[in-house]
Design a protein around this ligand. Structure first.
Ligand code: GLU
Length: 428
């Protein structure tokens, strides 16, 4: 897949196919598990793939056709769960990869869900609010046969947020004739969203980073420098929470480019500046860097929180970090994994590091089903408990089998789904 290069988006014009990465990670992990070969083959396949082509009326009166997908990778553990992405990189293969990663992510943190993902091939920045609402509602209505609180529960992902979830919830509710808040998560709080859901993914990234640092005896935040790629929902909240805890955040970026200050950035100030200018790129109290340059800045922890395929075999030899904590889904290719492992760089994999989002989505779903809502302290306390438990399970698997953290996380997750599948049995 060739993506067009914005200023320094990535230094390479070839972004590896995410589904190839997901499948090669899976093949690696199952090699260390003695599973029934029928089970291994079954879990390799997406269960359902839904493609829709639908019309949206533009503000100039013309109708434009858009293509969207929803893939259910595996539903052995429960209803399928996963976000919806609006981006110009959306392909069926990308959605397949992201759906598969959701299956493993939900299993790793022990949520009663299978994995799904959706995507619409659109640049949301080119739509007016009215057009975005039209696109979201029509896409949601195309997905109606799949959706319900007990079958498939969407959430935000790249290019979508609480407002899109509100439109999906409303479209579904209008169709069935009564309000069903639990059909989506990541909703605004005033219609049944959970406290802490917006911050959850970024906060979870930092909780996992702290676990990894603690195991190396590194407990003083002021001594640790962090570089964050991406300033969307994940990168922004990861940087903000790290800053709040006293870590030194040296650089942040978005698709336009990044800002770097070796003495540390004032993240609330960068955030305010970025809100005004629509990007942190150009923030005056730091140097401008491209995204490619940002990835190879010297730091203790690198947090890729933008998109898949950013750390490749081309730039992995040049990384100057001691640890990578993956905020994005699939930011590292399999070739890069080998180099990172050889170089002794510690990696906390995506399905663990960014599982905070779907974990609080689960809390939101539970709160919606019970119509009983929790306060922020309760949400963050339960979030930390679940992530630390998953972190421990991954470390145990890594130690028991002598494998890296990604393989260990995948093995832990895959084994649970495999066991559940065998308990349920193959139908018919
Ligand atoms: N899109 C997020 C992810 O990749 C959240 C999914 C969810 O909350 O269902 O994990």
């Amino acid at each position: 897949m060739v993506v067009s290069m914005k200023h320094g988006q990535t230094a390479f014009d070839h972004v590896p196919n995410a589904y190839e990465t997901a499948l090669s990670q899976y093949d690696r992990a199952v090699k260390h598990l003695s599973l029934d070969e029928n089970v291994v083959e079954y879990m390799r396949w997406p269960r359902r793939e839904f493609t829709v082509n639908f019309p949206v009326r533009r503000d100039n009166g013309r109708i434009e056709m858009f293509t969207g997908y929803r893939v259910h990778h595996n539903t052995v553990m429960g209803p399928s769960k996963g976000g919806i992405r609006y981006s110009m990189n959306v392909t069926l293969d990308e959605v397949r990869a992201l759906a598969m990663w959701m299956t493993w992510k939900c299993s790793l943190v022990n949520l009663p869900y299978g994995g799904a993902k959706g995507g619409v091939l659109v640049d949301p920045k080119t739509l007016s609010v009215r057009e975005k609402e039209g696109l979201t509602r029509r896409y949601a209505s195309e997905l109606i046969p799949l959706l319900s609180p007990h079958s498939d529960i969407p959430a935000p992902d790249m290019g979508t947020g609480p407002q899109e979830m509100a439109w999906i919830m409303d479209t579904y509710s209008m169709t069935v004739g009564y309000s069903v808040p639990a059909v989506v998560t990541g909703k605004p709080i005033n219609i049944g969203g959970s406290q802490g859901r917006n911050e959850a993914t970024g906060r979870g990234v930092i909780i996992c980073m702290i676990e990894a640092l603690k195991r190396k005896g590194l407990t003083n935040p002021g001594d640790i420098s962090i570089v964050v790629q991406g300033f969307g929902n994940v990168g922004l909240h990861a940087a903000a929470y790290a800053y709040e805890l006293g870590y030194k955040v040296l650089a942040v970026s978005d698709v336009e480019g990044g800002v770097y200050n070796p003495n540390g950035l004032d993240i609330p100030a960068v955030r305010a500046w970025a809100a005004e200018h629509n990007t942190p790129y150009g923030y005056p109290k730091g140097e401008r860097v491209s995204n490619a340059e940002l990835l190879t800045l010297p730091c203790d922890v690198l947090i890729p929180a933008a998109m898949e395929g950013q750390i490749t075999e081309h730039n992995a030899p040049h990384l100057r970090t001691k640890m990578i904590v993956e905020g994005a889904n699939g930011p590292t290719t399999t070739g890069a994994d080998d180099i990172i492992n050889d170089r002794g760089i510690q990696l906390v994999p995506d399905i663990l590091a960014n599982a905070g989002g779907v974990t609080v989505s689960y809390f939101e779903w539970v709160q919606g089903l019970q119509a009983f809502f929790w306060d922020t302290d309760e949400v963050f306390r339960q979030l930390e408990r679940i992530l630390v438990k998953a972190y421990d399970a991954t470390v145990h698997m890594a130690e028991d089998h002598g494998v890296d953290m990604r393989t260990a996380a995948q093995m832990t997750a895959i084994k649970r789904v495999a066991d559940a599948l065998l308990t349920r049995g193959f139908y018919p």
